[in-house]
Ligand binder design. Structure first.
Ligand code: CMP
Length: 136
């Protein structure tokens, strides 16, 4: 049974700064993701605070929002079968130290903050996050 989904990926400032976006986009394509939409943007701290609102009570919230707004990012709408879960597998663990060999965060991540990519963590959040960047 086919289960085509869309999910949001963000190529974060640390990866864009190192010009890794084409390499990371190729990794998505190699894993069968179709890039439906993409754009390069530079968001404000206030927009980052809205995007990461689920984390507002966390001790790292302020630094996280400062970081996401610190430079250009690439936002992508990715489509494939089981896109949400498959993207999470491809990204690997949040902290690059814990990420498995071959995952994006293992290959490109620098630290838990500068972990190169974000991906939606559920189908519901994927809809909300795609709306946030592409339907505003
Ligand atoms: P991301 O998938 O974008 O979602 C929230 C981000 O917060 C996460 O990736 C990390 O880059 C960042 N972060 C910083 N500190 C922590 C932490 N202690 N636990 C989880 N995420 C953290």
């Amino acid at each position: 049974m086919s289960n085509i989904e869309r999910t949001l990926s963000i190529i974060k400032p640390d990866a864009v700064q190192r010009n890794l976006q084409d390499q990371i986009k190729q990794e998505f394509k190699n894993k069968g993701f179709e890039i439906i939409e993409e754009k390069k943007i530079h968001i404000s701290k206030e927009e980052a605070e809205k995007f990461y609102k689920v984390h507002e009570t966390k001790p790292f919230y302020n630094d996280l929002c400062k970081y996401l707004s610190s430079g250009p990012i690439i936002v992508l709408s990715l489509q494939r079968e089981n896109a949400v879960m498959e993207n999470r597998k491809l990204m690997g663990a949040t902290n690059p130290i814990d990420a498995k060999e071959g995952t994006l965060r293992k290959k490109y991540g620098i630290s838990i903050d500068k972990n190169s990519v974000h991906g939606s963590d559920s189908i519901d959040n994927a809809k909300i996050e795609l709306d946030f960047f592409f339907n505003r």
